[in-house]
Design a protein around this ligand. Structure first.
Ligand code: 13P
Length: 252
């Protein structure tokens, strides 16, 4: 039995208006309240502008709240960006950093992701640091190389099991309905934990949650979440419907 508590995290990406956010987050909070003691934690990461709406909808439940990105700097002339302290102030406990969509759309490098995770830590947020190979990298046999170097580059000094979660998201599995085999997922997760141990020590690495992300859904969640080194999921599409996201969580 692993000491790592399963984390079921929803990344809403750029979806929803306030009414949708209230219904989705409120519906999930009700399910959580009704379920009593559960063996998993739940997190929702709405678009930044909807964070206050969601904070209100989940009040009084154990649902956790997170941002989808933060800036590396504390404040200042960064039009359109959100500081980690602002997320914390709005009620967040987590922030996703280095999602592949940000690495691609906003040219975020490992060094940038590292600085963002450090900013999250400095403001008392748990950083969900995303890594994962593209299809071309996988086809070239570089899956472990790529994930190893992303761990080396993206995980800041001072990372611990308490302030850091890793999310392994093969880029080719995101939104495609395709996933690696369970054996492949387990192999990559075990490798990631070993690489993490080189950075933060074996003791902390053994306690750090490593999530799988990429087309996780109510059908495949049970098998993926049962893998030895899979400590939860980072879910996109299937996190946008109360019943689907709840079904993923309860299959843990
Ligand atoms: P999907 O679950 O839609 O494949 O998205 C995964 C993801 O990118 C979560 O961050």
């Amino acid at each position: 039995m692993s000491a790592r508590r399963i984390l079921i995290a929803g990344n809403w990406k750029m979806n929803g208006l306030s009414a949708d956010a209230t219904a989705l987050a409120g519906g999930l909070a009700e399910k959580l309240k009704g379920a009593g003691a559960v063996n998993f934690e739940m997190l929702v990461c709405p678009p930044a502008v909807l964070i206050p709406v969601v904070a209100k909808a989940i009040a009084g439940s154990t649902m956790q709240l997170g941002g989808q990105d933060c800036h590396m700097n504390a404040k200042g002339a960064h039009t359109g960006d959100t500081a980690a302290a602002m997320l914390k102030d709005a009620g967040c406990g987590y922030v996703i950093v280095g999602h592949s969509e940000r690495r691609t759309d906003h040219a975020e490098t490992d060094a940038i992701v590292n600085a963002k995770a450090a900013a999250a830590h400095a403001n008392g947020l748990i950083a969900v640091i995303c890594i994962g190979e593209t299809e071309a990298q996988r086809d070239a046999g570089k899956t472990l190389d790529v994930n190893g170097s992303q761990i080396a580059g993206s995980v800041p000094e001072g990372s611990t099991a308490a302030n850091t979660v890793i999310a392994y998201e093969p880029v080719w599995a995101i939104g495609t309905g395709r996933t690696p085999t369970s054996a492949e997922v387990q192999d990559v997760h075990a490798f990631i934990r070993a690489e993490l141990a080189k950075k933060i020590g074996a003791g902390e690495a053994a306690k750090t949650r490593i999530l799988y992300g990429g087309s996780m859904n109510p059908k495949n969640a049970k098998e993926l979440l049962a893998l030895a080194d899979v400590d939860g999921g980072l879910i996109g599409g299937a996190s946008l419907k109360v019943d689907d996201f709840w079904a993923v969580a309860t299959s843990a």
